[in-house]
Design a protein around this ligand. Structure first.
Ligand SMILES: [Zn+2]
Length: 150
């Protein structure tokens, strides 16, 4: 369940219990702190041109990946989010991407797209979620590490 970078509505359903809980929870807090730090570095709002370029990239990536993963009817939007790169609403099949992604490479934006689209299949960060990520985007761990500046 660790490694949550998005508000995928799994917050209340993480399965950490017993002695692992403290370790896993501090890992989550550390990761969140890293993401928050990364986001706070780029406080200057993205320009309209940057957002337009991101919209174009997301249009291409969403078209490509929704077709590859057979996930029709997905709606998405770009917003300034405070602490996450993206969020996915499982029931309404809607994804929100952080405008700050405009300052990251295509590969890193693609990682967030695949992560959020995978939540349409698995709403939490359980083993099945990571199994699908390994299958869909084998280099996802490196991309996540780079995106979170670690
Ligand atoms: Zn997630």
């Amino acid at each position: 369940m660790v490694g949550c970078i998005c508000l995928c509505q799994s917050g209340g359903r993480h399965s950490a219990t017993g002695k692992n809980f403290f370790f896993q929870w501090s890992w989550v807090l550390k990761t969140r702190a890293a993401v928050l730090f990364r986001l706070s570095v780029a406080r200057t709002p993205c320009t309209e041109a940057e957002i337009a370029a991101l919209r174009e990239l997301l249009t291409a990536l969403n078209a490509e990946w929704t077709q590859r993963l057979c996930e029709p009817g997905v709606v998405w939007k770009i917003r300034r989010l405070k602490s996450v790169w993206g969020s996915c609403r499982f029931r309404s099949r809607s994804i929100t991407y952080n405008a700050e992604l405009a300052r990251h490479s295509r590969a890193h934006v693609e990682y967030v797209v695949v992560h959020e689209l995978t939540h349409l299949r698995v709403p939490n960060h359980g083993p099945e979620f990571y199994r699908l990520m390994d299958e869909r985007l084998p280099e996802w761990k490196r991309l996540r590490r780079e995106l979170n500046g670690r």
